[in-house]
Design a protein around this ligand. Structure first.
Ligand code: PLP
Length: 290
């Protein structure tokens, strides 16, 4: 049977997104008891898929949700969804919840199959943000202590992102006990005196797939890199600040709490990184890089 796009995958079946239905007893809905991934696709090729699937496995293991598919199974689902949307540049969303048992109870259910959902969507156009930069505001990191798990329980992130928008900015940069952690939906980098600095993973942040790549590209370009505790006051003296994520790639921050960052325009190191990133992306889609 041919299904008209947008197509989605739900519990082993492909169907039109608008006809997909999930039980109100699903634990993802009731408790946020679910994990997810967002994978960019360039030229029809899922970007750094093994790393995304590795992180999904880590999130499933940490939450003790049984893995519903192996890597080959996920790859087949992703390929089918990407193909149905016509290849090219897209983003794929995967979500696995602990399932929909007959009763609402915090305790893990004895018998429930995980609910598995996946869809492909157009990649958001962030070209204007990349060219001109974005404003950010700082905010208290009010989230839980397991931000290394990519959980759908994102209420704090939602409130923090909206707080930034309400203050005329694009993203909240989060600070916990005077140390910078990450953005509400991104990792953060600072440039100071030519050194690229990013908060260490031990600070309780998400191990961003884009963060990893930025570090790799900086090292390949022989630029010094520091992954360490970043004090909040270092933000104000930064020459450049960047945000990274799978859908934003790397974006320059030009205003912090209403004041210009560096010269108030995307900096020279950002321009270099942007060029390296674009080259890597093009090579990846052509199968020329790992
Ligand atoms: C809280 C948080 N940190 C970091 C990131 C960046 O991770 P990635 O580069 O793997 O998309 C995200 C992405 O959504 C996020 O939600």
């Amino acid at each position: 049977m041919t299904v008209e796009p947008p197509l989605c995958y739900l519990n082993g079946e492909y169907m039109a997104l608008e006809s997909a239905r999930i039980s109100p007893l699903d634990r993802g809905f009731l408790f946020g008891d679910a994990v997810y991934e967002v994978i960019p696709v360039y030229g029809g090729v899922p970007f750094r898929l093994d790393t995304h699937l590795g992180r999904l496995t880590a999130s499933l293991t940490a939450t003790r949700i049984p893995a519903p598919l192996d890597a080959a199974g996920w790859r087949a689902v992703i390929d089918r969804l990407v193909e149905a949307e016509g290849g090219g540049d897209q983003t794929v969303y995967l979500q696995v919840s602990r399932g929909a048992p007959p009763n609402r109870d915090h305790a893990f259910p004895q018998e429930a199959e995980p609910t598995v959902f996946a869809m492909a969507s157009p990649l958001p156009d962030t070209s204007a943000l990349r060219e001109h930069g974005v404003a950010v505001t700082t905010a208290d990191d009010i989230r839980w202590q397991r931000c290394d798990i990519k959980s759908v329980a994102l209420l704090a992130n939602v409130l923090l992102r909206q707080d930034a928008l309400d203050r005329g900015a694009q993203e909240s940069v989060l600070v916990r006990d005077d140390r910078v952690t990450e953005g509400s939906a991104s990792n953060i980098f600072l440039v100071r005196g030519g050194v690229l600095i990013t908060p260490e993973l031990e600070g309780g942040i998400l191990s961003g797939v884009t963060r990893d790549l930025i570090l790799e590209l900086a090292r390949a370009g022989n630029r010094p890199v520091e992954c360490r505790r970043v004090d909040a006051e270092e933000l104000t003296g930064a020459d450049e600040i960047w945000l990274t994520s799978s859908t934003k790639e790397v974006i320059p921050v030009t205003r912090l709490d209403g004041r210009p960052v560096g010269g108030g325009t995307p900096g020279p190191y950002y321009r270099d990184m942007r060029a390296w990133f674009d080259e890597y992306k093009a090579d990846y889609a052509e199968g020329r890089s790992a």
